[in-house]
Structures are given as structure tokens and as C-alpha cells.
Design a protein around this ligand. Structure first.
Ligand code: XMP
Length: 526
């Protein structure tokens, strides 16, 4: 399998290379660099110098690492990195490494510094030369280290010290090599972004060039470089932001060789499939295929109540249907996927982490399909994908779509799934979403939806006893779905929604509102 963004790209723009030593903040560094308007490429720490040189970077950043430079087999980059005349910035482990390699001394500190630590600026040029640092030259930074540089290498100046006298920043102005003991990329380091910007603009001489527009241009060029004139690419569409952005990008680059397949599992929200099909049909130049597989999925799910089993079945049915369709299209070399950076981390090796729910989405088709991968969004965060999508002209209905699970409404119907239950849920969910949207609360929510419970209760409709299912409403606020708080919705909104659901859907006997936060609840009910 080939990873598209690792391809040598001969990019037209100046860029910075980040050598990743496995630190927890490596991707955050990349993000901050892009926020400063500079292109960057994250490469494994042991990338050979020839390969780095070929990218002609304006600067090289060495990331942090959980390792210690004094341990056996500590990860090291090619030594030529320090000798190539290209500015280098080492962050935490990166600083320890360059200090040690260039003749300084690194020891395990007697006092580990974790969290917020003050430091004093000794030399403002070039990294701390910013209004953000007060005149007294005293700052706060986020530290997370045990090792420290006790002796700077020959030629290096001390630029900053912590109150414990640890070297917080060192630099060799001649060779343009700098080291920071703290993490400028994290939010808790006020002014940290400015330190990075000074390195990028003043030391490396970079200028603002990363914009969604330039990303689109670069991504198109890379797609054209990778996908040959006779190659064809298939792209799995889900109706979500990521896969749609990939499709629109592909369409601009090589629409004549692109095939888009939307596997409609029938588990989307009311009218949703119709809307996305209309959009894709109208806007995409490449070949668009809509596979209506609702029946197949419902049959496969019949009688299944266990949530993980539902996910497994939907995942494998999806692959089956997609594969069959894709293979029937003739010669196809590449599979374009909307993998974004959080997917890369989540599917990575967070070893020992408990699997709460196995997530299925179209960002994760397996290698067995036999295609090479094209993943142009692999290094982007969600908000960056949205910016790129807006640049490509995608409508807000897609760009602002709330997160929606790959298995769709199947995990919002507690118990077994039938066409009737699906229809009830779609209607109730539509009413709730319409009311909340009309109340102007859409932008405040992370997700809001209805759940069809497997509880049946007694009620009274007209003069008759009524026995029917309970609909639960769920609305949460969250930053990242890792934790979530139930939304304090106005009673009037809940009242109107409840009246409409019980009134417009005769089968529903009762409506309840879920007031469980995450943890201990999860956002979805299953
Ligand atoms: P939970 O329920 O784990 O959800 O708190 C966290 C976020 O993940 C979404 N979610 C899924 N997304 N496939 C997906 O693609 C799944 O199986 C799945 N389960 C939950 C959920 O909607 C929320 O945004």
C-alpha cells in the first residue's frame, strides 16, 4: 500500500519538514505551522537526508518523543540534518538530541518539569522578539520533560532559562540551529505560536503561503503526479464532509478518470440520501454511481440486537457491496479515501486502550480490496477539511453536517432493526432536528438526534388506550466527542418537539429527553 502524502511531491511551494520522533504533539506542530501559513510535511525521524534534501525545505523541526536521548537505541535523525545549512528547531526531545549530537550534555534532570513553568528570556533575538513577550522577559511555557540540557554545545547561546535554571531555549545563530525545552505548539504556552512564527518567518525566511486555495492547488498537482494518465480512481462517498471533499478534489484534478460510488445502506436520516445523490449528480463531472442497498442491509441486520454485531455486519456488508461494484467497473488502480488526521491517530496503536465501540466508516476500507490508496486529507484536521471544502464550493449542508456514525440509524434503534422502526425514527428525528434548527440552536450543538428505544409504554391518545414505543431525544455539546455534556435545551423547544412527535407519528407513545453526559454515557445509545 502506498501512502499518497509520503510520495515525493516536488512541491512548488517553500515548506518546512517536521521529523517525527513519536511525540504526542507532532501533528499539533504541523497544524501550528500551517496556521502560520507555511506548508509542512511530517516525515519519520529516520528519513534519509537525500530524501529530505529533495524536498528543499526552508527549515526542519525535530519533534518531541517519549524516548530519552541517553537510552539505548534512542531514535536519531540523519546527522546531515545539522550540517546541511538548513535552519533547525528542536522541540523538547528534538532539543536534547541536537544538543547531544553537537557536543552538549543532556542528563536526566533531578526535578522533572511538567505542566506550566515560568522561564526568563536571556536573548530576545530571534525567537522571542515579539510583542507578546513582556518587557521583563518573563514567560510561561508548557513543559513535559525529564531530561534536560545541562551544557549547550559549542557555539550555542542560552536564550532562555526556567526558574529552576534549566536551559529553556538555546541557539547557534551562525548555523541557525535552535532548541526549545518547552512545547511552543500547545495551547498552554502563551506566545508559543509566536516563537514558531519567528522561527518560520525570521529564521527560515518563509512567508504566508498555506491557504485552502494553495492546498487545493498542491493536492491537485499531487493527485495528477500519482495517478497516471491511464489509471482510474474509485472513491467511496458517504455523504459526509471528508469523503465529499476528497471527491470534489479528485473531480477538479482528474474527473475523466474518477468513479464515485455512494453505497446507500438505507440507514441515513430522512431525505438525506436523496439530497446527497442530487448534489453529487449535479456537481461531480466524473462517473457517479448510486447503489441502493437498503434491502441488502436490512436483510443482513434482521433480528440482530447486539450493537457491536450490528456494526460488524454493516461494515462487512458495506465492503461486500462496494467491492462488487468497484470491481465491476473494470480496471481501477487507486482508491481515494477521506482519511483525516484524527482517523490516523484513532486507528493507530493506542495500545492497551479499551475498545468501547468499534467505529466503522468509509474512511476505513481494508487493504484486501487490492487498490493503492490516495488519501489527500490525511494530514488535515476537521476544521481544515471544512475550509478546503468551502474552497471547493461544497454547500453548507455538507460542510456543516453534524457528525453522523457510519452505521447510521442502526445504532439509534435499540434492539432489532426493521423497515417500520427505521421509518418511525427517521420521522421523529426529522421533527427534532427541524425544531432545534428553527430555534437557532444548531450552531451551539455538537450532535442532536432521536433514538428509538425498545421500550413500549402505555399512553392515551384521544379516548383510547395506546401502547407504543418511546422516543428519546439526545442533544449534546462537546469540543471533540471525547467528553460531552447534555444540552440544556429550552423547555418550550422540548415541549413543542414532544407534541409534534406524538401528534404527527401516531405510533409513538412517549418522548423523553436524555440528561446523561459523557462519561458515564456515550453520545450514541449503542
Ligand atoms: P460515542 O457514542 O462513542 O460517540 O460517544 C463518539 C462520536 O463517534 C460517533 N460514533 C461513530 N462514528 N462509526 C462512526 O463513524 C460508529 O460506529 C460510531 N459510533 C459512534 C458518534 O456519533 C460521536 O460523534
Amino acid at each position: 500500500m502506498e501512502h499518497f502524502l509520503n510520495e515525493d511531491s516536488n512541491s512548488i511551494r517553500e515548506k518546512v519538514v517536521i521529523l517525527d520522533f513519536g511525540g504526542q504533539y507532532s501533528m499539533l506542530i504541523a497544524r501550528r505551522v500551517r496556521e502560520a501559513g507555511v506548508f509542512c510535511e511530517l516525515l519519520p525521524y529516520d528519513t534519509p537526508w537525500d530524501e529530505i534534501k529533495r524536498l528543499a525545505p526552508a527549515g526542519i523541526i525535530l519533534s518531541g518523543s517519549p524516548a530519552s536521548v541517553n537510552q539505548e537505541g534512542a531514535p536519531r535523525c540523519d546527522r546531515a540534518v545539522y550540517e546541511g545549512g538548513i535552519p533547525v528547531l528542536g522541540i523538547c526531545y528534538g532539543m536534547h538530541l541536537l544538543a547531544e549530537e553537537l557536543g552538549g550534555e543532556v542528563v536526566r534532570g533531578t526535578r522533572s518539569e511538567f505542566g506550566r513553568t515560568s522561564f526568563e528570556i536571556v536573548e530576545r533575538e530571534p525567537l522571542f522578539n515579539d510583542d507578546n513577550f513582556d518587557d521583563a522577559g518573563s514567560c510561561c511555557a508548557w513543559m513535559s520533560h525529564q531530561d534536560e540540557v545541562v551544557k549547550a554545545p559549542p557555539g550555542f547561546h542560552v536564550l532562555a532559562r526556567t526558574e529552576n535554571n534549566t536551559l529553556a531555549a538555546i541557539g547557534d545563530h551562525e548555523r541557525k540551529i535552535y532548541g526549545l525545552q518547552f512545547h511552543p505548539e500547545v495551547f498552554h504556552t502563551p506566545g508559543g505560536n509566536n516563537v514558531l512564527k519567528r522561527f518560520l518567518y525570521d529564521v527560515c525566511g518563509c512567508s504566508w503561503s498555506w491557504t485552502p486555495k494553495s492546498f487545493v492547488e498542491d493536492a491537485m498537482e499531487k493527485i495528477r503526479q500519482v495517478v497516471g494518465a491511464d489509471d482510474r480512481v474509485v472513491c467511496a462517498l458517504s455523504g459526509g464532509v471528508d469523503s465529499s471533499v476528497v471527491a470534489f478534489l479528485l473531480d477538479r484534478a482528474i474527473s475523466d478518470r474518477a468513479v464515485y460510488i455512494f453505497v446507500d445502506h438505507g440507514l441515513l436520516r430522512l431525505d438525506e440520501a436523496g439530497q446527497v445523490v442530487k448534489l453529487y449528480r449535479e456537481k461531480l463531472q466524473g462517473q457517479f454511481i448510486h447503489v441502493n442497498a437498503k434491502k441488502v442491509f436490512l436483510e443482513a441486520l434482521a433480528g440482530i440486537t447486539d450493537p457491536e454485531e450490528k456494526r460488524r455486519i454493516i461494515g462487512s456488508e458495506f465492503i461486500k457491496v462496494f467491492k462488487e461494484k468497484a470491481l465491476s467497473m473494470g480496471d481501477i488502480t487507486y482508491l481515494a479515501q477521506g482519511t483525516i488526521y484524527p482517523d490516523v491517530i484513532e486507528s493507530g496503536s493506542i495500545s492497551g486502550a479499551a475498545i468501547i465501540k468499534s467505529h466503522h466508516n468509509v474512511g476505513g476500507l481494508p487493504e484486501e480490496l487490492g487498490f493503492d490508496l490516495v488519501e489527500p486529507l490525511r494530514e488535515l484536521f476537521k476544521d481544515e477539511v471544512r475550509l478546503v471544502g468551502a474552497e471547493l464550493g461544497l454547500p453548507d449542508t455538507i460542510l456543516k453536517r453534524q457528525p453522523f456514525p457510519g452505521p447510521g440509524l442502526a445504532v439509534r434503534i435499540v434492539g432489532d432493526i426493521t423497515a417500520e422502526k427505521l421509518s418511525l425514527l427517521q420521522k421523529a428525528d426529522y421533527i427534532f432536528r427541524e425544531e432545534l434548527y428553527n430555534a437557532g440552536l444548531n450552531d451551539e450543538m455538537w450532535q442532536y438526534f432521536a433514538v428509538l428505544t425498545d421500550v413500549k409504554v402505555v399512553g392515551v391518545k384521544g379516548d383510547d388506550r395506546h401502547y407504543g414505543p418511546v422516543i428519546a431525544l439526545r442533544a449534546v455539546v462537546s469540543e471533540d466527542a471525547m467528553t460531552a455534556d447534555w444540552a440544556r435545551l429550552p423547555y418550550e423547544l422540548l415541549d413543542k418537539t414532544s407534541l409534534r412527535i406524538t401528534g404527527e407519528i401516531p405510533e409513538i407513545a412517549r418522548v423523553v429527553y436524555d440528561i446523561t453526559s459523557k462519561p458515564p454515557g456515550t453520545i450514541e445509545w449503542e
